[in-house]
Design a protein around this ligand. Structure first.
Ligand SMILES: *Cc1c(COP(=O)(O)O)cnc(C)c1O
Length: 356
């Protein structure tokens, strides 16, 4: 705390991202990056965009990118908002759509940025416990007497559990809460869940957020987008244009459009992760791990005979980094990103040695 700080800044507990160590020969399975690189067409498009036109500001409305997103998800371009990574869109969403009198609802085990944004924007929230099997209980998000929620947000699949809700359950939640905004954060949806984007034309209160960071292997580019009714998109535009009117730079827009248009590469890259995940899960189970069913590009696993923090530390000593959360209910779990086949093989060999 410094006398120069505002009281809000003094009370923040900022989000701590997974580490990005600069070590050689590291098996990095801690931040859910895609093991394969981005679409070669995206790389070419960015190289081609690297020219004299960089002296000009980018398109403040990111028209090309919004049209590409709209075409992919069969929505209208004015139902799309783009931003500098979905984290930025989430920040705008919390400020524009989730700050109301009633508490914002999200699961007790979920993306840990949500409570951070609540702190930044001074939003009251209620963490709703997941069921014992770490799934979301739909009942908890239906209106109940004596509680008026101000909004609802959760990832589908949820993080760090990897568990997904079927689209019919998402629709029940959205339909039952017509007067508040329901945000579905679909950072991992392409690895095995169903997108709620198909519902936005029918539900004015639904906002669906996706990112190019995970399934399109472009975490370094910082591009994400939201899809929703015009009133919701308009609220995000109002915040954005009061904050930073040029979020997507010229290179990022060129790369993002080319990535979204390269459907073949995208589908193959997702299938690769899904197939590798299946093998990883069965190998972990053979070693005695309990693994939650995952629809994401990571698995969430615990070993009945070994402490989670100790396992993460032992892996780290052997140059393998996974994510461990010092949080009640999940402190025995490891969140392990699905890597390349050889990274997964090295993880399994190393775990065998540690458990022996
Ligand atoms: C990775 C992740 C994000 C952020 O993605 P960026 O687009 O890279 O900012 C948002 N939500 C969840 C649940 C994530 O795991």
């Amino acid at each position: 705390m410094s006398r120069f700080w505002s009281s809000v800044v003094g009370e923040l507990s900022p989000y701590v991202p997974g580490e990005q160590p600069k070590l050689q020969d590291l098996v990095k399975l801690n931040t859910n990056e895609h093991p394969l690189g981005p679409s070669p067409k995206a790389l070419q498009a960015m190289q081609a965009a690297c020219n004299d036109s960089l002296k000009l500001y980018p398109d403040p409305g990111s028209e090309r990118l919004r049209r590409a997103v709209a075409a992919r998800h069969q929505v209208q371009p004015d139902q799309v908002f783009v931003g500098n990574g979905s984290d930025e869109i989430l920040a705008h969403t919390f400020q524009a759509l989730l700050k109301h009198d009633g508490p914002l609802l999200f699961p007790d085990i979920t993306y840990s940025f949500y409570p951070v944004y609540c702190g930044l924007y001074q939003i009251a929230y209620q963490a709703v416990p997941l069921k014992a099997d770490f799934s979301i209980d739909v009942q908890d998000y239906l209106p109940s007497a004596g509680r008026q929620a101000g909004g609802i947000i959760f990832p589908n699949p949820n993080a760090p559990t990897g568990r997904a809700l079927p689209l019919s359950d998402i629709e029940r939640i959205v339909a039952a809460n017509p007067d508040i905004v329901v945000v579905i954060d679909e950072a991992y949806v392409d690895f095995g869940a169903e997108s709620a984007a198909s519902l936005i034309s029918r539900y004015e209160n639904l906002l669906v957020i996706q990112t190019l960071s995970k399934s399109r292997s472009l975490a370094g580019l910082r591009v994400g987008y939201a899809m929703g009714s015009r009133v919701l998109i308009d609220a995000l535009e109002r915040v954005k244009n009061s904050f930073n009117s040029y979020p997507i730079d010229r290179l990022a827009e060129a790369g993002a459009v080319a990535s979204i248009e390269d459907t073949d590469y995208f589908e193959q890259a997702c299938q690769f992760v899904i197939a590798t995940r299946k093998d990883l899960v069965s190998q972990l189970q053979t070693l005695g791990f309990e693994v939650l069913p995952s629809a994401a590009n990571f698995v969430f696993a615990r070993h009945p005979g070994h402490d989670g923090a100790a396992l993460a530390a032992a892996l780290r000593e052997r140059s393998i980094i996974v994510r461990h959360f010092k949080q009640t209910r999940i402190d025995q779990f490891l969140r392990i990103t699905v890597g390349t086949e050889s990274q997964c093989a090295r993880l399994i060999e190393t775990l065998k040695a540690i458990l022996a």
